[in-house]
Write a protein that binds this ligand. Structure first.
Ligand SMILES: Nc1nc2c(ncn2[C@@H]2O[C@H](COP(=O)(O)OP(=O)(O)OP(=O)(O)O)[C@@H](O)[C@H]2O)c(=O)[nH]1
Ligand SMILES: [Mg+2]
Length: 284
């Protein structure tokens, strides 16, 4: 498998420099990752970029992931002294907790500022994450109706604007788009399964097959429930063909429409209708 990696190396240095510039203006980093693939959706150099700045991990799309796995990932990050909050950016679930965590993470700094006479300074934060992880959705939800830009603030680079949100949080209006990992094959697959990378790393039929092969291990009951099929003893290809028959993905002459069924399966996974699925756990 080869992913289209040509884009990244050329842009990585520039991207990193521009993020580092923005970072110098914020008190806190909100690192968005996808709760279904927390490892694969985490940028490899995030530690080096963020350094010692307070940071909160947002396990976004938690509504699509497996509840038990969400807890395991929270525990895992807690063991590394990083707070991870479960968020659904579409509904706003978890955002109150996020705001509270942001206040706690910056409390010392705010106290120090107050001691110097700076009162009620907003908490300035920036969102970082790979493409499609939900950065814009989160910003919109945090901003609510107050989404209008607040204009330039004196002393801050003119091109950057701040968005007021609930609580004392203010967000830099441009999130930092990090590049995804692309060295490991499983990571590439996970990113493709969830739709995070649009690059055609595999044809859609093979991708769907790899997906079935993977989820049948832990989530065969969800396939049974959704598609009313038995998976016991069937190969991934046979499972795909069963689903195709159940769902009418058949072309004239009674043959399986592999493209159609592959799209259907991946689409239903991405929408969460197959069920709550997490594709990787901390130990792996
Ligand atoms: N179910 C669910 N879907 C979400 C959530 N957050 C975002 N989405 C969906 O994920 C997709 C990508 O969201 P965006 O907010 O555009 O992601 P982004 O990180 O801004 O993407 P880029 O601007 O391309 O880097 C959209 O279809 C959103 O509706 C979430 O918490 N739950
Ligand atoms: Mg966006």
């Amino acid at each position: 498998m080869s992913m289209n990696i040509n884009w990244y190396p050329g842009h990585m240095k520039k991207t990193r420099e521009s993020i580092e510039k923005s970072l110098s203006m914020v008190d806190l980093v909100l690192e968005l990752i996808d709760a279904r693939i927390p490892y694969s959706s985490q940028n490899p150099v995030i530690d080096a970029i963020v350094k010692n700045k307070p940071r909160i991990i947002i396990l976004n799309k938690a509504d699509l992931a497996d509840g038990r796995s969400n807890k395991l990932w929270q525990d895992y990050f807690a063991s590394k002294n990083i707070r991870a909050i479960l968020v659904n950016s579409l509904t706003g679930k978890g955002i109150d907790e996020l705001i509270k965590a942001a206040e706690e993470a910056t409390a010392d700094k705010m106290k120090a500022l107050e001691a110097r006479g700076v009162k009620n300074r907003p908490i300035r934060a920036m969102i970082l994450g790979i493409p499609n992880v939900g950065k814009s959705t989160l910003i919109n939800n945090l901003a609510g109706r107050k989404g209008a830009k607040t204009g330039n603030k004196p002393g801050i680079t003119k091109s950057n604007q701040w968005i007021k949100t609930r609580g004392k949080l203010e967000l830099l209006d441009t999130p930092g788009i990090l590049w995804p990992k692309f060295e490991e094959e499983q990571v590439g697959l996970n990113l493709a399964f969830t739709g995070a990378i649009k690059d055609e790393i595999l044809d859609i039929e093979t991708l769907a097959l790899r997906f079935i092969e993977y989820i049948v291990k832990d989530y065969s009951y969800l396939l049974t429930k959704r598609y009313k099929i038995e998976t016991e003893g069937l190969s991934p290809l046979e499972i795909m063909e069963e689903i195709a028959r159940k769902r009418g993905c058949i072309i004239r002459g009674g043959e399986i429409d592999y493209t159609k069924v592959a799209n259907l399966i991946l689409d239903e996974f991405r929408k969460g209708v197959i069920g709550n699925i997490t594709l990787e756990l901390p130990a792996e």
